[in-house]
Design a protein around this ligand. Structure first.
Ligand code: GUN
Length: 295
């Protein structure tokens, strides 16, 4: 079994991004600027956004964190989004999800200028991705593709089983893995809550991408010998032996599955660090006008 080391790959890619930022600075250009909007006090969201801002510092980007109380109205949040759309100093921004229940995430998503949608969640980017046109790819799928490339894993003709059909991971990675592209050409199955005999489907997978948010869901008996496993889950489970009272586990039971898989991403240190890196890459692409030209 080989470990797919997302932490190491993300560190390597961040060095590359920093080198590009240094070049921009040398020629007197404007450094890329990412903004993040965080609404409310969800501990996981706070931790993700902190990590995104910290990563901006590491690569020399400018960053702006806009923190708002969970009582913010939908209209106030939409005003912030409009301001960010119009701010010429901001190359890209994200509105961290989930949002409080009184705010419609779809409305917020639609209000984001697709040219600054470095999350790749806007229908313009999702549609362009689906058609194989240049687009900001969502962070987690892009991170998985980068790992497949780095480890020279052949995907063409393989059976890929994606567990979960969320808009931010399951659905986009299923589309990308099926596309005619270097890391693609898979025969893709999506396993979801209405799938009959999920385990039999998962057992067919040469490549398994688990993104359902259920701690240790995939066990060794559910995978074929030599399967390649991407574990997208980040689940907090109680652990009184830890100072903070919990530990993080994936959607895959690492201990049992690692004995049977040929490659596996650990949690933490696998897919997670790659997602932040993807966001930085998208922000750099925006600053360089690689996907859309400024008007
Ligand atoms: N919440 C969980 N993952 C993400 C992400 O990639 N982007 C945003 N904006 N919110 C999230």
């Amino acid at each position: 079994m080989k470990l797919i080391d997302g932490k190491a790959l993300s560190a390597k890619l961040k060095i590359r991004i920093k080198e590009e930022v240094d070049e921009i600075k040398e020629r007197g250009g404007r450094v890329p600027h990412l903004a993040a909007v965080l609404v409310g006090g969800d501990p996981a969201s706070q931790s993700y956004v902190r990590s995104k801002v910290r990563s901006c510092d590491e690569v020399g980007f400018e960053s702006t964190l806009i923190k708002k109380d969970e009582t913010i109205s939908e209209e106030e949040l939409l005003d912030i989004v409009r301001d960010l759309n119009e701010d010429p100093n901001i190359d890209g921004y994200i509105v961290q999800l989930p949002l409080p229940r009184h705010i419609d995430p779809e409305k917020v998503n639609l209000a984001i200028d697709p040219r600054k949608d470095v999350d790749g969640f806007h229908p313009m980017n999702f549609g362009r991705m689906t058609l194989g046109l240049p687009a900001y790819l969502p962070a987690t799928p892009q991170g998985i593709l980068a790992m497949l490339e780095e480890y020279n894993i052949e995907t063409s003709g393989k059976k890929c089983v994606v567990i979960g059909r969320s808009n931010i991971v399951g659905m986009p990675i299923s589309i990308l893995m099926a596309q005619k592209r270097k890391t693609g050409n898979c025969t893709v199955t999506i396993v979801h809550s209405r799938t009959k005999n999920s385990e039999a489907e998962i057992r067919q997978g040469d490549i398994i991408i688990a993104a359902i948010g259920r701690a240790n869901y995939v066990t060794a008996d559910m995978i074929k010998e030599g399967a390649i496993i991407f574990d997208v889950g980040i689940n907090r489970i109680e652990d009184p032996s830890r100072k903070r009272g919990y530990r993080l586990v994936g959607d895959v039971d690492f201990e049992s599955v690692s004995g049977k898989a040929s490659y596996i991403t650990p949690v933490p240190g696998g897919v997670g660090p790659m997602t932040v890196c993807s966001l930085l890459m998208n922000t750099l692409k925006s600053a360089n006008e690689e996907i859309y030209k400024r008007v």
